[in-house]
Design a protein around this ligand. Structure first.
Ligand SMILES: Nc1ncnc2c1ncn2[C@@H]1O[C@H](COP(=O)(O)OP(=O)(O)O)[C@@H](O)[C@H]1O
Ligand SMILES: [Mg+2]
Length: 320
């Protein structure tokens, strides 16, 4: 029965009962006698309590829905208020859930578009760095060498200094380009790309160990790219924020799924949503695109763990 009728009916019953009582056994004289006043007060209190209880129970699902509406986060999907109660409230919850389904689908599509635009933009920038800046610097290096060969002693020393600087700029540009464009991913596949990523992040103050299983099921290009980008962001965060000394990068089979973990021994994250920046949100969006599950939280024994679980046989991204 709709909520409106339930409340109206209940109120009608109470009012009819009260009237019947007044017409029957209960009498009210003027001025009111003490016992009569007591009976009326008790009756009134009973009616009020019953009303409050009815409204509470009747509107409970609505409160639940309001809570669900304020806490809904499209980056953590598949959490839905359960359809409870009946009549309009159940309808309202069902409508809300349908709206969430639609919003999630739309969001996934636009995230797929954004991410693929981002990937192709990275591709373009990396290509230009290689082709334009890289080539020019390489040519400058050659020229410098030629000039240095003909230059007198003291100038030659200075020129070799310049050569050194130019060479390290060229290396830096190539490194940036590599980071933008995981060419290794396309050339060597996920496992080698992850190993070389781990090596890239290893430096004087940080050691990245890796344990990457081979013979994992093929997850497809999209999932490989997501795994790679999540590992990259996890490692970037560990290097930038964690104050860690050792990071462990693992890729292994977990039942039907493949699981990527980036675990550091640093100062840890609080794991609250407010603390999440563009990096972690980007990881979540990428994970969503392939139906994977992402957890960023404290690691056992201190530090932070990023865990991405990718089901085998993942859906393709909405767009490529
Ligand atoms: N491995 C980590 N160790 C400690 N803190 C971290 C780690 N990863 C993330 N954080 C914290 O979470 C915040 C959000 O990270 P992120 O979303 O990647 O944004 P950004 O790296 O741009 O700051 C960081 O600013 C940092 O304070
Ligand atoms: Mg980051």
């Amino acid at each position: 029965m709709p909520l409106f009728w339930r409340i109206s009916l209940f109120n009608a019953v109470v009012l009819v009962a009260a009237t019947a009582l007044l017409l029957g056994p209960v009498t009210v004289s003027t001025p009111v006698l003490l016992t009569e006043a007591a009976i009326l007060t008790v009756g009134l209190v009973v009616i009020l309590i019953a009303n409050v209880l009815l409204l509470r129970i009747g509107l409970g699902p609505l409160r639940q829905l309001a809570r669900a509406m304020t806490t809904t986060d499209l980056l953590r999907p598949r959490v839905r208020p359960k359809v409870d109660g009946d009549g309009e409230i159940a309808e309202l919850i069902t409508t809300f859930n349908t709206m969430l389904d639609r919003l999630e689908a739309e969001r996934a599509l636009s995230a797929a578009r954004t991410l693929s635009a981002q990937e192709s933009e990275r591709h373009r920038v990396a290509q230009e760095l290689y082709d334009e800046v890289g080539q020019t610097l390489a040519a400058v290096l050659l020229d410098l060498k030629r000039v240095a060969d003909q230059a007198p002693g003291p100038v030659r020393a200075q020129l070799s200094q310049v050569q050194e600087t130019t060479r390290s700029s060229l290396d830096e540009i190539r490194r940036i380009a590599r980071r933008l464009l995981p060419g290794v991913l396309e050339e060597l596949g996920l496992t080698s790309a992850l190993r070389s990523l781990a090596d890239e992040f290893t430096g004087p103050s940080l050691t990245v160990r890796h344990d990457i299983a081979s013979g994992l099921p093929d997850l497809g290009d999209n999932a490989d790219l997501v795994l790679y980008r999540v590992a990259q962001e996890g490692l970037t965060n560990a290097a930038r924020h964690a104050d860690a000394r050792v990071v462990l990068l693992t890729l292994e089979r977990a039942g039907d799924a493949v699981e990527l973990r980036v675990r550091d021994d640093g100062r840890g994250v609080d794991g609250s949503e407010e603390a999440e920046g563009a990096g972690i949100r980007g990881m979540r969006e990428r994970a969503l695109l392939i139906g994977a599950d992402l957890v960023v939280g404290p690691a056992r024994g201190g530090g932070t763990e990023v865990r991405l679980t990718v089901p085998a046989g993942v859906q393709p991204m909405g767009h490529d």
